[in-house]
Write a protein that binds this ligand. Structure first.
Ligand code: TRP
Length: 363
């Protein structure tokens, strides 16, 4: 059986450097390596609506933002099927059947759901749709028979639920669904990029993001005011690189080539770190270097985005075609699911013949 990659994002905001380093960059590599038979990337608008029910306009607006971010980052609709979750009705259908194979208490134990309930102050009043989203996510993954799901650590509990559901389904009905594996980000910085304020995580609600679509001057404003070492007051002072966002970003984004090209006084990041620790190296110099690196990385994305923005109706066409393609796979799996569950009444000539015989024979 083929290897299938599937992953998605909730379209609740524009994508930022944290998304890029945590997953988007990897997806583009996976797409271009071509070691997988199929690759699906989708916008999880149904899931986004589970905690944004009153604000559909926000989701609607961000579909196009995320689509532009995907395309700008280098996802290629010829190699990777891009689609919108809500436009695949088979997902809702599979979710309904999977819900019979899991208990409320099993979902309650999901640590990611627990954290999200707290964060959203849902404790007293959890929307049922929100509560069920892990099952809906299991449907996202299994409907396409995904083998590999590139995602962050926080998604591991969803994958566990998915594997349990696959085993339950296959034991109860027939061997139709496929157990997926998570593909975690390659290293610690990729797992969690801090915000420009040095806080643990880059996130829209904290207002500490550099967006993939930020113009160069905005990136510079943000980099210039980045959190460093609060005790590094004068250039001569020794500085700390741990917890210093500028150095965390350099760790994530700089290469030895960047040093050779833009800062040949240092061979690599280790040498730069040593100098910073000893003292005598100012924050501003480091920030300028970081700014160059980030802008070099974002510039090709800006240019591609700019091209794509000229023809927005074509973006919707790309998503429509991707969705149609995804639906072919969805329909195929659902017909196997219905057959396995013995709810394929109209396609089962044998069933109809036998029932006719039974009733004709006076039972
Ligand atoms: N839960 C994921 C997130 O919050 C989005 C998502 C929905 C997803 N369905 C998925 C990710 C299936 C991977 C596979 O980002």
């Amino acid at each position: 059986m083929g290897k299938v990659i599937l992953t998605g994002d909730r379209p609740t905001g524009k994508l930022h450097l944290g998304h890029y380093i945590g997953s988007l960059r990897r997806r583009v590599l996976l797409q271009n390596e071509g070691n997988y038979d199929r690759m699906f990337v989708f916008m999880a608008d149904v899931q986004a609506l589970t905690d944004n029910a009153e604000n559909p306009e926000k989701i609607r607006r961000n579909i196009i933002e995320v689509a532009l971010d995907y395309l700008a980052a280098g996802l290629d609709p010829e190699k990777c099927t891009l689609f919108i979750q809500s436009q695949i009705p088979e997902l809702a259908e599979l979710t309904t059947y999977l819900m019979n194979l899991i208990t409320v208490s099993r979902v309650q134990r999901n640590p990611t759901v627990k954290t999200e309930i707290k964060m959203r102050n849902f404790e007293a009043n959890i929307p049922l749709g929100f509560f069920c989203y892990p099952v809906s996510q299991a449907a996202d993954i299994t409907l396409f028979k995904a083998t590999t799901v590139p995602a962050g650590e926080d998604q591991e509990p969803m994958l566990e639920v998915t594997r349990e559901l696959v085993r339950r389904f296959n034991q109860t009905y027939a061997e139709v669904l496929v157990e997926p594996e998570i593909m975690l980000p390659e290293n610690a910085t990729a797992r969690r990029l801090p915000g420009t304020d040095g806080k643990e995580k880059m996130s829209k609600s904290l207002g500490n993001c550099i967006y993939l679509s930020d113009p160069a001057d905005v990136v510079w404003q943000k980099v210039r005011s980045m959190y460093t070492d609060p005790d590094h007051l004068r250039v001569e002072d020794p500085g700390k690189v741990e917890g210093n966002a500028v150095f965390t970003y350099l760790d994530a984004f700089s290469t030895d080539d960047d040093f050779a090209q833009y800062w040949p006084e240092y061979k690599n990041l280790d040498e730069l770190r040593d100098h910073y620790r000893r003292g005598g190296l100012g924050d501003m110099k480091c920030k300028k270097f970081l700014n160059t690196i980030i802008n070099n990385m974002l510039e090709p994305m800006r240019q591609r985005r700019h091209e794509y923005e000229k023809d927005i109706p074509e973006i919707y066409n790309i998503l429509r075609r991707g969705t149609e393609k995804a639906r072919e796979t969805a329909a195929q799996t659902m017909s196997e699911v219905r057959h396995a569950m013995r709810i394929d009444y109209f396609d089962d000539a044998e069933l109809i013949r036998r029932q006719a015989e039974y009733f004709a024979g006076g039972k």
